[in-house]
Design a protein around this ligand. Structure first.
Ligand SMILES: Nc1ncnc2c1ncn2[C@@H]1O[C@H](COP(=O)(O)OP(=O)(O)OP(=O)(O)O)[C@@H](O)[C@H]1O
Length: 251
């Protein structure tokens, strides 16, 4: 296994209250990682910090191989997307090519090939010309995977991708993620449903503001580690949960 992503001493705060606290972890390519923790544990915050969408107070993110701009694809929670935006599945996938087009290069045969490949990998060929609002939840999620594939991302950051999918859609989406994993990608998905972690993910990253544990699901997703992850912050809410934090709340 080759390291794909190293996070070193990452701290992210909102109004000086740390949501992610001095977190360090290395994740490998060919991994499908469940990011698990209680409400407010900092899962979304960590994904956004990796994607460079929120600033880090301390620490750094190192991507091994690939340039960072295109190496990371962030897929937002489904409810954060405007599904009425008039775009087809193929159009969404094509958006993955735009960053690499720059100002002067036109969309070419190679771009078309990569877009078609993205629709193939995600099994969306039959839906390529559909508006994204006319898709099922699982197909919508896969359409975002297609865009990330077209971007030639190496790291896929997914926020709660399984939420709201029925059994069949979960299986289809899980199949698409396993394909990505086999082709060498690192996929990190925040995930709420503890029961389904072992069947869906081969690696777990347990956090509760700070790192609790990271490792292969079979070794790491233990009762002891789960209790440790969920016990500390049983009183979820906006309270700062680090005892050495003495800053007043910003007004
Ligand atoms: N924009 C923001 N401004 C202020 N505080 C925020 C902001 N976003 C998140 N927080 C706080 O940071 C902490 C971590 O939030 P985050 O959304 O990362 O957690 P999460 O693990 O994804 O939670 P959930 O499982 O409920 O989605 C929470 O206490 C939250 O209230």
């Amino acid at each position: 296994m080759t390291p794909r992503l190293t996070i070193t001493d990452a701290t992210v705060s909102y109004n000086r209250v740390p949501a992610v606290h001095h977190l360090s972890v290395t994740l490998n390519s060919h991994s499908l990682v469940a990011l698990v923790g209680p409400n407010g544990a900092g899962k979304t915050t960590l994904l956004k910090a990796i994607a460079g969408l929120v600033p880090m107070e301390t620490g750094k993110v190192t991507v091994h191989g690939g340039n960072r701009k295109n190496a990371i694809a962030y897929v937002p929670q489904r409810e954060a997307v405007d599904w009425d935006f008039p775009i087809t599945v193929r159009g969404l996938a094509e958006m993955g090519r735009y960053p690499s087009l720059g100002l002067w290069r036109k969309f070419g045969a190679e771009d078309d090939r990569i877009v078609e490949e993205s629709l193939h990998v995600t099994e969306l060929e039959a839906f390529a010309d559909r508006q994204i609002k006319a898709l099922s939840g699982g197909q919508q999620q896969r359409a975002f995977l297609a865009r990330a594939w077209a971007q030639q991302a190496e790291i896929y950051l997914l926020d709660e991708p399984f939420t709201g999918l029925d059994r069949n859609a979960q299986e289809a989406f899980s199949g698409a993620l396993h394909k990505l994993r086999k082709s060498g990608k690192l996929i990190i998905a925040s995930h709420h449903d503890l029961k389904s972690v072992p069947e869906l993910f081969d690696h777990v990253l347990l956090i509760n503001g700070e790192l609790v544990a990271s490792g292969p699901t079979s070794e790491t997703f233990t009762t002891a580690n789960i209790e440790k992850t969920f016990a500390m912050k049983i009183f979820s809410g906006s309270e700062p949960h680090h005892h050495h934090h003495h800053e007043p709340h910003a007004s």
